[in-house]
Design a binder for this molecule. Structure first.
Ligand code: ACM
Length: 508
């Protein structure tokens, strides 16, 4: 008997040889108000049924019961469904939320109405950190778009929203200690599109909304490169652009102007800007920025960037990231940095590294990643040729970049195993997995959907599910069937997914 389709694949799922549970207008939803409201909302979207909720069961009819039952692993849940009832228990509120979203995937249309197959699921995450990154710097995306992205990601059991808040093209969060950043450097986006920024209330609302979907916000302030926008506000802190052959080549390929000091940059080149490394005013700036971002952010992580600082000498880069990580550690937070920072000698202890090389590492990037572990930190894995959602698809949709071995198929996004990426690194060294949506070419909510879905579901499975090779479920043939079954749910949620021809999409 085949098991019902669930993505990400649960740790344990057993099809039960029994009649399904039928959902109709009489079905009662029983449990606490938050959980029953969540369940009622998703059932309404999927089926059109408006079901009654109650704190306690009466014996009148069939019920779906949702409750927290402490004792299991963090974020774990259990679903037991048969013809008479469905019981969803979470070890905590997050686990119950994930159980409810798994249940939503199990609801199917049949000739006789809506059913949930008889099933027994016992599920818990593999990794504690399951991230999605949204770049709001290359194109600004307003609060409502970010909230929709949170809803989509949380339904796939992602629990971290990494916001790439600053880059050469714009500064997107207002800081009262440095008000010129948003006053002078937020109005541009790539390609001459409008910019924008989050007020502090906007940012707090994103943090609050994310928490309501069991997601933690990790803000990234990218330094010492990717800082051209800082120079629009505080020219004394930034070096003149370094116009390398790589920068010129990008301008030839994608158009736009070469970067110029004091002028907003709206092109696609990277690696030309740098903060002034040997000026104490720079570290006053870093302390102001991270101090204020820390006050706005309840989560444990602050991301300092550190990627593609090609306009900074290696020695200066090492000095800078060491000091910046120390400033973050002194705030009582855990620094996170892209893998390039791993080679710095005096990085703050336990700094987390984010690996963005390929699934098969090149150019010593694995060495840089291992250095974080030697320094007492863990790794977040974002192999660019699998998890970068801004890469082109092989067919059916034109948008996207290609530098990370693109086009990137859904199969490639799926077919990698986290513990195999960096030799010598195993699960204990891996904090988690993150999908990244860079937005040079991603302008609208529909662009976000089409680039993310369905590949984001493949990354969700790498982050949540047991390792590849441990069951028939963790295989590409299984995944493509299971993700295909989600099409109708995604459509009912308004997700404009890419109807990739790699996937057998279900009709209803
Ligand atoms: C990156 O893709 N520059 C982290």
């Amino acid at each position: 008997m085949s098991v019902p389709p669930v993505v990400p694949a649960p740790a344990s799922i057993t099809a039960v040889d029994a009649a399904p549970f039928r959902i109709d207008g009489e079905t009662a939803l029983v449990g606490g108000p938050d959980a029953t409201a969540e369940l009622a909302a998703i059932i309404r979207v999927r089926t059109g049924l408006d079901l009654q909720t109650a704190e306690a069961a009466d014996d009148a009819g069939d019920a779906i019961e949702v409750r927290v039952e402490p004792g299991g692993a963090a974020e774990s849940y259990r679903i037991v469904a048969d013809a008479a009832s469905i019981i969803v228990t979470g070890a905590d509120d997050a686990g119950l939320f994930y159980g409810i979203h798994t249940l939503a995937q199990l609801i199917t249309a049949t000739g006789e109405g809506w059913v949930v197959p008889a099933v027994d699921i016992d599920d818990a995450p593999r990794f504690a950190y399951r991230g999605v990154m949204l770049d709001v710097a290359r194109h600004f995306h307003p609060v409502g778009t970010v909230q929709a992205f949170i809803d989509r990601a949380a339904s796939l059991k992602f629990n971290v929203l990494h916001l790439h808040l600053t880059d050469d093209q714009g500064w997107r969060v207002h800081l009262t200690s440095r008000p010129l950043l948003t006053a002078a450097a937020s109005s541009s986006s790539v390609g001459g599109d409008p910019g924008g920024f989050y007020t502090q209330d906007d940012y707090r609302e994103i943090v609050r909304y994310a928490a309501s979907r069991h997601m933690t916000v990790v803000p990234e302030i990218d330094m010492p490169g990717h800082t051209h926008a800082v120079g629009l506000a505080y020219p004394e802190l930034v070096e003149d652009p370094v116009l390398s052959e790589q920068v010129r080549q990008t301008v030839r390929e994608f158009g736009g102007e070469l970067p110029q000091a004091g002028r907003p940059y709206d092109g696609l080149a990277v690696g030309f800007s740098s903060l002034r490394i040997h000026d104490e005013a720079t570290y006053d700036f870093v302390a102001d920025v991270f101090g204020e971002v820390a006050r706005l952010t309840p989560g444990p992580y602050l991301h300092l960037g550190g990627d593609e600082a090609l306009g900074t000498s290696r020695e200066d880069f090492d000095l800078f990231v060491s000091r910046a990580s120390g400033i973050i550690a002194d705030l009582g937070r855990t620094p996170v940095a892209w893998h390039e920072a791993g080679s710095a000698k005096n990085l703050a202890d336990s700094t987390v590294g984010q690996y963005w090389g390929f699934v098969s590492p090149t150019d010593g990037m694995d060495e840089q990643a291992r250095a974080f572990v030697a320094n007492g930190g863990q790794l977040i894995l974002s192999p660019a040729d699998a998890t970068y959602l801004d890469m082109k698809y092989p067919s059916g949709h034109e948008r996207g970049l290609a530098w990370a071995k693109g086009p990137t198929s859904v199969e490639r996004a799926y077919s990698w195993e986290p513990s195999d990426v960096i030799t010598g690194i195993d699960d204990a060294d891996i904090l988690g997995v993150e999908a990244a949506l860079w937005t040079e070419l991603v302008r609208t909510p529909d662009d976000i959907d089409v680039m993310a879905f369905p590949r984001i579901a493949a990354v969700a499975e790498a982050a949540w599910s047991p390792p590849t090779g441990t069951s028939d479920l963790r295989t590409w043939p299984s995944f493509r069937e299971r993700v295909g079954a989600l099409g109708p749910l995604w459509s009912s949620l308004g997700i404009r997914f890419h109807p990739s021809d790699e996937i057998p999409w279900a009709a209803s």
